[in-house]
Design a protein around this ligand. Structure first.
Ligand code: SF4
Ligand code: SF4
Length: 376
């Protein structure tokens, strides 16, 4: 009997509880990193033509050094650590790193090209306590640009569906330069069939800036959104992507260097993978003053930025600062789709709790106690 779906449901409950902690903490404090990308190795087993984030020779970062970095991130109040690379599965002690992240009460997630997944490797990730894994797939059949292909990875996805107790998301790509944009739909349909969530990344240049999609890509984007029939998903409400797909800029404040950190293999803090060198300060010296300065720093690259995870942290800050407008924005696609529209009880409660600063303080305080959070 395959117990993975039952265990996945049980584990998912635990992940939801920890995600509620992330949300509650983000609502009560603007002073800690919500999400950090940590690089355990720069090395990759593939060589995608568009990628500037890998090499084929770097040694893995020593595990004691990564533990020191995780300890430091924990003391700054970090709530989610995503291991990426390069290819993080190439790190020989990856399971110990995941365990160490979890021992600090931090959500552990992983971004991989999927090539090294086997049933045994997936079960080891279960045991280590991984919360979430994302596989990025670029095309249906391998070409000279990318070998991250459904044809090559389909078996790996089936193993994930069978054995993984953690959440799985499949990320596809869309935008100018993608030879077969229809591939994104084929990949997303397969992901949904296997019970995974899907996201789509927009092609960017080497500084994270949008490469504008054409009308064919825009139509495929609309079809991708229709595949997602959950009551509410961030993807459907993602105003950043909706604007970018139309070639429009976004008006927002990027809080990279504060709410989101990118910690490279040398242990330096950068705004993001696309803006390395800013501020380029060693993590061990990164302090509250740095978090506060970068929270306020205006980034010139923000209007056409495609870095989706930094957009997501900005939405949490918008919810804290302008709850009514942000909730209306998040729910507007649902309003447009469903007439009449009625919020489910859980969302009505969240709206009610957020929409007055007194209630927000009260419920934030209650959440801090119930969920065992420290205020930052
Ligand atoms: S698999 Fe990922 S890290 Fe490796 S070369 Fe391709 S895009 Fe870069
Ligand atoms: S706006 Fe922020 S996340 Fe986007 S490229 Fe610039 S620094 Fe990076």
């Amino acid at each position: 009997m395959n117990l993975a779906p039952i265990l996945r449901r049980w584990r998912r409950f635990g992940v939801r509880l920890r995600q509620a902690r992330v949300f509650a903490k983000a609502m009560t404090s603007p002073r800690h990193p919500i999400l950090v990308h940590l690089i355990p190795t720069r090395r990759c087993n593939l060589s995608c033509a568009y990628c500037s984030e890998y090499d084929d020779y770097s040694q893995p970062v020593p595990v004691h050094e990564l533990f020191r970095r995780i300890e430091r991130l924990s003391s700054l109040g970090t709530t989610i650590i995503t291991l990426s690379g390069g290819e993080p599965l190439l790190h020989p002690q990856l399971d110990d790193i995941i365990r160490n992240i979890r021992s600090h009460g931090i959500i552990a997630t992983l971004i991989t090209n999927g090539y090294l997944l086997t049933p045994e490797r997936i079960q080891r990730l279960n045991k280590a306590g991984l919360d979430h894994l994302e596989v990025s797939i670029d095309n249906v059949a391998p070409d000279e640009v990318s070998k991250k292909s459904l044809k090559v990875l389909n078996r790996k996805l089936e193993w994930l569906a069978q054995y993984a107790e953690f959440e799985v998301n499949i990320n596809t790509v869309l935008g100018a330069g993608v030879a077969e944009p229809e591939d994104a739909l084929v990949i997303a349909r397969r992901a949904v069939e296997l019970g995974f969530t899907t996201t789509v990344g927009l092609i960017h240049d080497h500084s994270g800036q949008l490469v504008p999609p054409d009308s064919r890509h825009r139509e495929i984007y609309q079809n991708l959104m229709k595949l997602d029939n959950r009551f509410f998903s961030y993807e459907q409400s993602n105003r950043f992507q909706r604007n970018l797909v139309q070639g429009q800029p976004n008006a927002w404040r990027c809080r990279a260097g504060s709410r989101y950190l990118y910690v490279c293999e040398d242990g330096l803090v950068h705004w993001c993978s696309q803006q390395r060198g800013h501020p380029g300060i060693p993590l061990q010296r990164y302090a509250r003053e740095d978090l506060e300065r970068e929270y306020e720093t205006v980034k010139g690259c923000a209007p056409y930025c495609t870095v989706s995870c930094v957009h997501q942290t900005a939405v949490l800050d918008d919810l804290r600062q302008r709850p009514r407008e942000t909730l209306m924005q998040l729910l507007s696609p649902r309003h447009e789709r469903d007439h009449p529209f009625r919020l489910p009880l859980s969302l009505r409660f969240i709206s009610w709790a957020l929409l007055s600063s007194n209630r927000r303080k009260l419920f934030g305080g209650v959440a801090v106690r119930i969920l065992g959070l420290r205020r930052q």
